[in-house]
Design a binder for this molecule. Structure first.
Ligand SMILES: C[S@@+](CC[C@H](N)C(=O)[O-])C[C@H]1O[C@@H](n2cnc3c(N)ncnc32)[C@H](O)[C@@H]1O
Length: 198
Protein backbone atom coordinates (compact mmCIF):
# COMPACT_ATOMS: atom_id res chain seq x y z
CA UNK A 1 0.00 0.00 0.00
CA UNK A 2 1.51 3.35 -1.06
CA UNK A 3 1.29 6.15 1.47
CA UNK A 4 1.91 9.85 0.93
CA UNK A 5 4.75 11.86 2.34
CA UNK A 6 3.52 14.63 4.67
CA UNK A 7 1.55 17.13 2.61
CA UNK A 8 2.98 20.56 1.95
CA UNK A 9 2.64 22.54 5.21
CA UNK A 10 1.21 25.92 4.45
CA UNK A 11 1.72 27.94 7.62
CA UNK A 12 4.21 27.59 10.47
CA UNK A 13 3.30 26.12 13.85
CA UNK A 14 3.29 29.46 15.66
CA UNK A 15 0.84 31.04 13.22
CA UNK A 16 -1.47 28.06 13.74
CA UNK A 17 -0.97 28.38 17.51
CA UNK A 18 -2.08 32.04 17.29
CA UNK A 19 -5.24 30.95 15.45
CA UNK A 20 -5.96 28.34 18.16
CA UNK A 21 -5.49 30.92 20.93
CA UNK A 22 -7.81 33.35 19.14
CA UNK A 23 -10.54 30.72 18.74
CA UNK A 24 -10.02 29.52 22.32
CA UNK A 25 -10.65 33.08 23.61
CA UNK A 26 -13.89 33.10 21.60
CA UNK A 27 -15.08 29.56 22.46
CA UNK A 28 -12.96 28.02 25.27
CA UNK A 29 -15.18 25.00 25.95
CA UNK A 30 -15.46 24.13 22.25
CA UNK A 31 -11.77 24.52 21.38
CA UNK A 32 -10.56 23.11 24.71
CA UNK A 33 -6.88 23.53 23.92
CA UNK A 34 -4.57 26.53 23.97
CA UNK A 35 -2.17 25.17 21.35
CA UNK A 36 -2.40 22.78 18.39
CA UNK A 37 -1.58 19.13 19.15
CA UNK A 38 2.11 18.25 18.92
CA UNK A 39 3.40 15.99 16.11
CA UNK A 40 4.06 13.32 18.78
CA UNK A 41 0.30 13.11 19.35
CA UNK A 42 -0.93 13.51 15.77
CA UNK A 43 1.53 10.85 14.54
CA UNK A 44 0.42 8.38 17.25
CA UNK A 45 -3.20 8.98 16.27
CA UNK A 46 -2.32 8.26 12.63
CA UNK A 47 -0.56 5.00 13.62
CA UNK A 48 -3.72 3.53 15.18
CA UNK A 49 -5.18 0.37 13.61
CA UNK A 50 -7.18 0.85 10.44
CA UNK A 51 -5.71 4.17 9.29
CA UNK A 52 -3.11 2.96 6.81
CA UNK A 53 -5.51 0.72 4.87
CA UNK A 54 -8.64 2.87 5.12
CA UNK A 55 -10.38 4.20 2.04
CA UNK A 56 -12.52 6.71 4.00
CA UNK A 57 -11.43 8.58 7.13
CA UNK A 58 -13.46 11.24 8.94
CA UNK A 59 -11.60 13.75 11.14
CA UNK A 60 -13.94 15.40 13.68
CA UNK A 61 -12.65 18.68 15.15
CA UNK A 62 -9.44 18.98 13.12
CA UNK A 63 -8.67 22.49 14.38
CA UNK A 64 -5.87 23.98 12.26
CA UNK A 65 -5.25 20.59 10.65
CA UNK A 66 -2.40 18.88 12.52
CA UNK A 67 -4.34 15.62 12.87
CA UNK A 68 -5.60 15.94 9.30
CA UNK A 69 -2.08 16.21 7.90
CA UNK A 70 -0.83 13.27 9.96
CA UNK A 71 -3.77 11.16 8.77
CA UNK A 72 -3.14 12.14 5.14
CA UNK A 73 0.54 11.27 5.54
CA UNK A 74 -0.32 7.81 6.91
CA UNK A 75 -3.27 7.05 4.62
CA UNK A 76 -3.27 5.28 1.27
CA UNK A 77 -3.36 7.09 -2.08
CA UNK A 78 -6.96 6.10 -2.67
CA UNK A 79 -8.14 7.19 0.79
CA UNK A 80 -10.53 10.13 1.08
CA UNK A 81 -10.39 12.24 4.23
CA UNK A 82 -13.29 14.44 5.35
CA UNK A 83 -12.45 17.04 8.02
CA UNK A 84 -15.46 18.51 9.86
CA UNK A 85 -14.77 21.65 11.89
CA UNK A 86 -17.21 23.99 13.65
CA UNK A 87 -14.89 26.97 14.31
CA UNK A 88 -14.91 29.43 11.38
CA UNK A 89 -11.37 30.59 12.21
CA UNK A 90 -9.92 27.15 11.41
CA UNK A 91 -11.40 26.77 7.95
CA UNK A 92 -8.80 28.89 6.17
CA UNK A 93 -5.81 26.98 7.64
CA UNK A 94 -7.56 23.70 6.80
CA UNK A 95 -8.19 24.81 3.23
CA UNK A 96 -4.47 25.52 2.86
CA UNK A 97 -3.67 21.81 3.09
CA UNK A 98 -2.74 20.87 -0.46
CA UNK A 99 -4.00 17.33 -0.93
CA UNK A 100 -6.61 16.19 -3.45
CA UNK A 101 -7.81 13.46 -1.05
CA UNK A 102 -9.04 16.02 1.50
CA UNK A 103 -12.47 17.66 1.81
CA UNK A 104 -13.05 20.32 4.48
CA UNK A 105 -16.57 20.89 5.81
CA UNK A 106 -17.42 23.86 8.03
CA UNK A 107 -20.15 22.31 10.20
CA UNK A 108 -21.17 20.98 13.60
CA UNK A 109 -20.64 17.22 13.94
CA UNK A 110 -24.09 17.01 15.48
CA UNK A 111 -25.21 16.63 11.83
CA UNK A 112 -22.63 13.90 11.13
CA UNK A 113 -24.82 11.43 9.25
CA UNK A 114 -26.26 14.09 6.93
CA UNK A 115 -22.76 15.48 6.24
CA UNK A 116 -21.44 12.00 5.40
CA UNK A 117 -24.34 11.45 2.99
CA UNK A 118 -23.68 14.77 1.22
CA UNK A 119 -20.00 13.88 0.75
CA UNK A 120 -20.63 10.21 -0.12
CA UNK A 121 -18.62 9.26 2.96
CA UNK A 122 -21.12 6.91 4.63
CA UNK A 123 -19.58 3.80 6.28
CA UNK A 124 -16.11 5.29 6.81
CA UNK A 125 -13.39 2.87 7.92
CA UNK A 126 -12.08 5.25 10.58
CA UNK A 127 -13.52 8.16 12.57
CA UNK A 128 -11.02 10.27 14.52
CA UNK A 129 -12.22 12.78 17.11
CA UNK A 130 -10.55 15.62 18.98
CA UNK A 131 -13.90 17.01 20.08
CA UNK A 132 -13.78 17.65 23.84
CA UNK A 133 -16.48 15.24 25.05
CA UNK A 134 -15.97 16.32 28.66
CA UNK A 135 -17.21 19.86 27.84
CA UNK A 136 -20.26 18.71 25.89
CA UNK A 137 -23.77 18.55 27.20
CA UNK A 138 -24.43 14.88 28.10
CA UNK A 139 -27.28 14.54 25.58
CA UNK A 140 -25.22 16.06 22.74
CA UNK A 141 -22.23 13.84 23.59
CA UNK A 142 -24.45 10.74 23.65
CA UNK A 143 -26.04 11.66 20.31
CA UNK A 144 -22.63 12.19 18.66
CA UNK A 145 -21.30 8.86 19.94
CA UNK A 146 -24.46 7.06 18.81
CA UNK A 147 -24.12 8.51 15.31
CA UNK A 148 -20.41 7.57 15.21
CA UNK A 149 -21.39 4.02 16.20
CA UNK A 150 -24.24 3.81 13.64
CA UNK A 151 -22.03 5.19 10.90
CA UNK A 152 -19.04 2.87 11.32
CA UNK A 153 -19.27 -0.56 9.67
CA UNK A 154 -18.31 -3.70 11.60
CA UNK A 155 -14.53 -3.68 11.96
CA UNK A 156 -14.48 0.15 11.72
CA UNK A 157 -12.28 2.11 14.12
CA UNK A 158 -13.17 5.00 16.40
CA UNK A 159 -10.17 6.96 17.72
CA UNK A 160 -10.57 9.76 20.29
CA UNK A 161 -7.71 11.79 21.78
CA UNK A 162 -8.78 13.48 25.01
CA UNK A 163 -7.62 15.05 28.24
CA UNK A 164 -10.35 13.41 30.33
CA UNK A 165 -11.96 10.00 30.06
CA UNK A 166 -15.62 11.07 29.64
CA UNK A 167 -15.55 9.84 26.04
CA UNK A 168 -15.13 6.29 27.37
CA UNK A 169 -18.18 6.73 29.61
CA UNK A 170 -20.23 7.56 26.49
CA UNK A 171 -18.60 5.18 24.00
CA UNK A 172 -17.83 2.01 25.97
CA UNK A 173 -21.49 0.95 26.45
CA UNK A 174 -21.73 0.75 22.64
CA UNK A 175 -18.18 -0.14 21.58
CA UNK A 176 -16.82 -2.12 24.56
CA UNK A 177 -13.49 -1.60 26.28
CA UNK A 178 -11.03 0.64 24.39
CA UNK A 179 -7.30 0.26 23.85
CA UNK A 180 -5.68 3.28 25.47
CA UNK A 181 -2.31 4.97 25.51
CA UNK A 182 -1.04 8.26 26.92
CA UNK A 183 1.05 10.60 24.78
CA UNK A 184 3.21 12.54 27.22
CA UNK A 185 4.95 14.69 24.59
CA UNK A 186 1.96 16.96 24.08
CA UNK A 187 0.70 20.04 25.96
CA UNK A 188 -1.17 18.81 27.90
CA UNK A 189 -0.46 15.04 27.75
CA UNK A 190 -3.49 13.35 26.21
CA UNK A 191 -4.91 9.85 26.17
CA UNK A 192 -5.76 8.11 22.89
CA UNK A 193 -8.79 5.79 23.08
CA UNK A 194 -9.24 3.31 20.23
CA UNK A 195 -12.29 1.14 19.68
CA UNK A 196 -13.04 -1.36 16.93
CA UNK A 197 -16.73 -1.85 16.23
CA UNK A 198 -17.64 -5.51 16.74
C1 LIG B 1 -8.93 19.91 21.21
S1 LIG B 1 -9.23 20.73 19.65
C2 LIG B 1 -8.38 19.62 18.55
C3 LIG B 1 -7.82 20.36 17.37
C4 LIG B 1 -6.83 19.60 16.50
N1 LIG B 1 -7.37 18.34 15.99
C5 LIG B 1 -5.52 19.37 17.20
O1 LIG B 1 -5.30 18.22 17.61
O2 LIG B 1 -4.76 20.31 17.33
C6 LIG B 1 -10.97 20.37 19.41
C7 LIG B 1 -11.52 20.84 18.08
O3 LIG B 1 -12.86 20.35 17.96
C8 LIG B 1 -13.67 21.38 17.38
N2 LIG B 1 -15.06 21.12 17.76
C9 LIG B 1 -15.59 21.12 19.02
N3 LIG B 1 -16.90 20.83 18.97
C10 LIG B 1 -17.21 20.62 17.66
C11 LIG B 1 -18.41 20.26 16.99
N4 LIG B 1 -19.55 20.07 17.64
N5 LIG B 1 -18.37 20.11 15.64
C12 LIG B 1 -17.19 20.29 14.95
N6 LIG B 1 -16.03 20.64 15.54
C13 LIG B 1 -16.03 20.80 16.88
C14 LIG B 1 -13.10 22.65 17.99
O4 LIG B 1 -13.49 23.81 17.28
C15 LIG B 1 -11.61 22.36 17.93
O5 LIG B 1 -11.07 22.70 16.68
Amino acid sequence: MTTHAAPLRRRPYWTRAAAVLQEWIREPAQVASLVPSAPALTQRVAKQPGVSNATKIVDLGPGTGGTTEALLAAAAENCRVLAIEKAAGFIEPLNEIVDGRLTVEHADVVGLERILLIHQMTSPDVIVSGIPFSSLDRRVATDIIKSVHRTLPKGGTFIAYQLRSDVARYASPLFGTPQTEIVWMNVPPLRIFTWTKQ
